[in-house]
Design a protein around this ligand. Structure first.
Ligand code: FMN
Length: 177
């Protein structure tokens, strides 16, 4: 069951939860979920938005590019360590995270990407705009630390590649009960 929420009332919860790791879900070839620690709740073009930052080689990136949609799932009682570990350190390229992390999917309302019962605060988003970051425009201290160029870019925790920022319009917001 879904209980509609007023996003502003949960802004603090969302912002506080982000650095601990919330979930970015996508669905194209299959359902997939990855941990994100960066993001932004905001307003763009007069619309309520959630912006996510996804590196080039994430399995999630292809799914976002193909489907144009995502959902955000925020835990209400803290992260579940097994979910955080699987969704934050393994790739949908290699495993089915719905099964491996024992996620209970909730059918979506507007988009085609399910939410997750175990992380009940759900934002359904349609991508309005995607922009790849230009590494040379990032302050040097951050670039050196966050985008080392002397590592492999393809392994699951790789941090060599730039992020693409996806601005998603929030088209539904609810708590899964
Ligand atoms: C706490 C935490 C925060 C993370 N934040 C991000 C993020 O904001 N953007 C990103 O591209 N990867 C982030 N990652 C890494 C991805 O979750 C990880 O590479 C994941 O395995 C990608 O899954 P996928 O290949 O199925 O898309 C984070 C990982 C952790 C543990």
């Amino acid at each position: 069951m879904k209980e509609k929420i007023i996003i502003e009332e949960y802004a603090g919860k969302i912002i506080e939860s982000l650095p601990k790791g919330i979930l970015l879900n996508s669905q194209y070839t299959k359902f997939n979920s990855m941990v994100i620690g960066w993001g932004g709740l905001g307003t763009v073009w007069g619309k309520p938005t959630f912006t996510v930052y996804v590196r080039e080689h994430r399995y999630t990136k292809k799914q976002l590019d193909e489907s144009g949609e995502f959902t955000i799932s925020v835990p209400m009682d803290g992260i579940i360590p097994s979910v955080a570990k699987i969704c934050g350190t393994q790739s949908g390229r290699d495993i089915n995270k719905e099964q491996t992390a024992h996620l209970t999917l909730e059918p979506p309302e507007v988009v085609h990407v399910p939410g997750i019962k175990e992380y009940p605060l759900t934002l359904e988003c349609k991508i309005l705009y995607a922009q790849r970051q230009e590494l040379e425009r990032i302050p040097e201290d951050i670039r050196v630390k966050m985008y080392p160029q002397n590592v492999d870019g393809t392994y699951y925790m790789a941090n060599r590649d730039a992020h693409t920022a996806y601005i998603g319009e929030i088209v539904a917001a609810y708590m899964i009960r």
